[in-house]
Design a binder for this molecule. Sequence first.
Ligand code: KIV
Length: 313
Amino acid sequence: MSLTSFPAGGPSAGLAPAANPFTKVTVPALAEMKRLGKRICALTAYDYATSRLVDEAGVDLILVGDSLAMVVLGHENTLAVTVDEMLHHTRAVRRAVKRALVVADMPFGSYHGSLAEGVANAVRFVKEAGAEAVKIEGPRVELVRALTDAQIPVIGHLGLTPQSVHQMGGYRVQGRTAEAVAMLKEQAQALAEAGAGAVVLEGVPRETAAAITAELAVPTIGIGAGPDCDGQILVLHDMLSMTFAPAARFVRRYADVGGVIRAAVEQYRDDVEHRAFPNDEESYHLPKAAKRELEAVKRDLQAGDRQRLVRPA
Ligand code: KIV
């Protein structure tokens, strides 16, 4: 049986995920996509409506990224978001998504203590929010092994790891020397051997990502890592222009949704101010009989008023 088919089979069982809208994407399917040379298309999403649209558009993997701390909650970096907040958003995404693999990002602090604590928090994402895999940042090989032993699929994240912003001294491109490339390769290899189903490579030179991708058995998913990774991921709000800072070099703006929202809301405000919204067709109306009754009552009241004016008490 193909790794990408529904257990029950079905009319579309056996086709690769991207060619088959009915096939649920799983972590093993990602490896199969790498083997078939099929690009993995991933995006972040954080709520029901956008996840549903992203899923229906055929994206293979939806990451409930801790980037939501910045693009949804308005924090300065990703460090503040909590497990409970991430669970809340993961549940909403889970309710929307039928086909894509739903991956929950473990937030800063939720896996930085003991292995047991990391596993316990990951279990919450699977059990309480329906995540199908979790993502952790950094070369945490022992934790990847422990999660794999606990039957929790895990995706690694190397290179520019935003949760290490203070340690890195800012958001800096990583893996820029031969030594750093060798280290990243070793780390990616160790994560894969420990059971990681894929590795996100963020903010590394194209050549670094290509070298890692060529040697790794599991797929790499790049963001700011050039075109040679097995897949690509972007932050949804970046690619839709729903952010408020200049975009990084690697972001392609596919639509100006921010501009569309702004223009629509300005038009609405204008219509409300000028009584152009709502119009009669956008209003509910009384049934004819009730309307006649209301008019009769109004006529009686007016007649009463006239009589009082003619014969004051
Ligand atoms: O949180 C996030 O959006 C991420 C992606 C940048 C990979 O980790």
